[in-house]
Design a protein around this ligand. Structure first.
Ligand SMILES: *[C@@H]1O[C@H](CO)[C@@H](O)[C@H](O)[C@H]1NC(C)=O
Ligand SMILES: *[C@@H]1O[C@H](CO)[C@@H](O)[C@H](O)[C@H]1NC(C)=O
Ligand SMILES: [Ca+2]
Ligand SMILES: [Ca+2]
Ligand SMILES: [Ca+2]
Length: 405
């Protein structure tokens, strides 16, 4: 079984490692051993000592996978490195022999392979794409990155932590994006919610045919077009190329994020890591809260009166308006075009503030934009000097700030 030189080799190894490790030995009985993966071989595990004095050899059977052996003098050792990702336990049987006859055993040996951190986490894509609308609330995820680690998922070796390494561009050192270190979800920061702006583009989120809207825009800006067909107009094809690149976030993103994943929970200098890119396109958002809307009570005029407007990002959306608090009077309505109407005069003594909830839905009643809560504040006629607010503010500036700004 073991060739003659193995004995010497093993012996020198034992002497070399004995000092540090305190190698163990014991009688031939059932044994449970924890063994780290990835050790240099040969690697001595344990010496079994038979009680029969005539014993001159051992026989090892079971899940050795050709990696685990026994020497003539009872040393259980590794001939090849164990691999946790391949096998987590090896179940073996051992007998002591005289000649080829078993005289003791079999006993059972269980080798429990201990995971070490020998795999770096890796993202399942090198590039991710995220599309985010202007004014997306901070912390609401719009994209997600995902990494795996081949080490033991129950151990810190595969406990992954995501971080944002950089945002390109990053003018004024303001991060518009953040990543959830546990989930890899990407969302806007408060600054991103406030400041992200879609680039001017021929294509609007309203959809429609790209080439038609491009031609129209081109005609608007580049008159007279004479009678040159678009296909033969080099300037048109140049604009067309730029616009179609703009449609593809992989080619022309607004932002590129470099994200990193680390194992060991990201908290060890020995952590291994991997990186990926997230390419982000910012889309315009037509769904804007028109409030708060200030209205004077007992306002004379023609009812229903137009007091504000909403516009869904989905051109075929249906609008619906409800009152947030359930109360009897609700003198508001919304038209198919998103115009918010006041149906009768308000009275501040009845109610000083309303909260209108505006829904944009498809024909099945599914929301196509998140509901907007629009505040309507009823101003008191008696405290508010009447008639023309604009003139009043000009007058105030002249009177109170003579030095100017
Ligand atoms: C990456 O993993 C996520 C989550 O399991 C999955 O949704 C996505 O399709 C994967 N991407 C690829 C390229 O396999
Ligand atoms: C709201 O306006 C719609 C038309 O836009 C009309 O059909 C409906 O009756 C109005 N509802 C109320 C409560 O006034
Ligand atoms: Ca790992
Ligand atoms: Ca491992
Ligand atoms: Ca009043």
């Amino acid at each position: 079984m073991a060739h003659p030189t193995m004995h010497l080799l093993l012996l020198s190894l034992l002497i070399a490692t004995a000092a540090g490790k305190g190698l163990e030995k014991g009688p031939l009985e059932n044994k449970f051993l924890d063994v780290p993966e990835g050790t240099p071989v040969p690697y001595a595990l344990y010496q079994f000592q038979a009680s029969h004095l005539e014993v001159d050899g051992f026989r090892l059977t079971g899940e050795t996978e050709g990696k685990i052996s026994i020497s003539e003098d009872g040393w259980l050792y590794l001939e090849q490195t164990l691999d946790w990702a391949h096998t987590q336990t090896h179940t073996l049987e051992l007998e002591a022999l005289v000649g080829s006859e078993p005289v003791e055993g079999p006993v059972s040996i269980t080798i429990n392979v201990l995971d070490v951190n020998n795999h770096a986490p890796s993202f399942n894509q090198t590039d991710y794409i995220g599309i985010v609308k202007e004014r997306t609330p901070a912390g609401v995820p719009f994209a997600r990155v995902f990494a795996t680690d081949l080490d033991d998922p129950e151990s810190p070796n595969a406990h992954l932590s995501y971080t944002l390494v950089s945002q390109i561009p990053n003018r004024d050192n303001t991060l518009f994006f953040q990543i959830n270190s546990n989930t890899g979800e990407i969302s806007t920061t408060a600054e991103g919610e406030r400041l992200l702006k879609a680039r001017e583009s021929v294509i609007h989120s309203r959809g429609g045919d790209f080439s038609d809207s491009l031609k129209k825009r081109f005609d608007d800006y580049c008159t007279p077009t004479k009678d040159i067909p678009y296909e033969l107009n080099p300037f048109y094809s140049c604009v067309q190329r730029a616009e179609s690149r703009r449609l593809n976030p992989l080619e022309d993103p607004d932002f590129t994020l470099i994200v990193r994943v680390e194992d060991m929970g990201g908290e060890s200098v020995n952590a291994l890591n991997g990186n990926a890119r997230v390419k982000i396109v910012v889309q315009e958002n037509l769904w804007v809260n028109p409030g708060p809307i200030n209205l004077r009570e007992q306002l004379k005029g023609i009812y229903p009166m137009h007091i504000g407007k909403v516009q869904s990002n989905d051109p075929s959306a249906f609008y619906r308006l409800v009152q947030k608090e359930r109360e009897l009077t609700f003198p508001f309505n919304v038209t198919e075009e998103g115009d918010i109407l006041l149906t009768e005069e308000l009275d501040r003594e009845d109610k000083a503030m309303y909260i209108l909830v505006v829904f944009a839905e498809d024909s099945y009643g599914n929301q196509v934009d998140p509901p907007l809560e629009v505040q309507v504040v009823v101003d008191d006629v008696n405290d508010n000097a009447p008639i023309c607010e604009e003139e009043l503010s000009v007058f105030e500036v002249q009177e109170n700030e003579p030095t100017g700004n």
